[in-house]
Design a protein around this ligand. Sequence first.
Ligand SMILES: NC(=O)c1ccc[n+]([C@@H]2O[C@H](COP(=O)([O-])OP(=O)(O)OC[C@H]3O[C@@H](n4cnc5c(N)ncnc54)[C@H](OP(=O)(O)O)[C@@H]3O)[C@@H](O)[C@H]2O)c1
Length: 266
Amino acid sequence: MSELMSSPIKIWLTGATSGIGYALAQALLDEGHHLVVTGRNQDALDELASKAKDQVTTAPADTTSRDDLAVVRGQLQQLEPLQLAILNAGTCEYLDVAEYSSDVIEKNIVTNVIGTARSVEAVLPSLRAARAKGLPARLVIVSSSAWWFPFGRAEGYGASKAALTYFAHSLRADLAAEGIGVTVVSPGFVKTPLTDRNDFPMPFLISAEDAADRIVKGLKKDRAEIRFPKRFTWMLRCFGALPQPLIDRMAASMAGNQNRKQEEKE
Ligand SMILES: NC(=O)c1ccc[n+]([C@@H]2O[C@H](COP(=O)([O-])OP(=O)(O)OC[C@H]3O[C@@H](n4cnc5c(N)ncnc54)[C@H](OP(=O)(O)O)[C@@H]3O)[C@@H](O)[C@H]2O)c1
């Protein structure tokens, strides 16, 4: 088991109010860790705190807001040593190409990329302080496997997660000398309020609790990459390795089918 997770530590978790983050909060609380939980939904944060008063600090914030995160930064500092940050807050907005709007692209990028980058700014001093005390420290960035294949309507979401993954990998290179690990989590389809809105088939869909369990297991093994479910992520990686013209044909055919089904519904 990783030295980091072998005994209870303090962890900052964003996107703790719903879906994967909520399930992750439950799993980490069960293991005795102290959580600083962030999201915009105060009621959901309070509910988490009511479950384990001594183990939860609520830190409400819109992770795209520098002002909100400045307050959270102070809270994290108060709680040091803080050794693990799981930056999971994210959104998924689909593009309707018939009504093309760059707003959709912007919303995905602002929440998923800029929000995460700002969250790193808020927590990095605490992780560095942990390292200065000789403690292990790790940053976890929840990306997605969706960008490995050009799915129709996912222009904004896929672009944001591709950018986020590059950001995380580059950060991993820069932080290696300081001994701060960077883990990228790349889930397939997980049943959450985010995917409950999807009106297309979601192969190998797993529960949020299953996703949380796989993330915790990966972190306990100090994994730099946590990808699941394996059958889905392998399939996507194989598709992604095909020659581009073949990928383009498959993607156009899938997008066409999807758009036809959508029109039939309307
Ligand atoms: N579900 C999947 O199939 C899937 C697959 C791959 C990757 N992911 C990624 O996993 C992460 C969690 O997704 P989920 O499926 O669990 O979605 P979800 O149920 O919609 O949860 C999203 C979480 O992010 C928080 N959030 C969103 N925007 C925020 C903002 N501006 N400031 C602060 N918090 C914000 C939400 O909190 P508030 O509403 O309280 O602000 C909520 O706690 C996301 O990064 C998503 O891209 C999900």
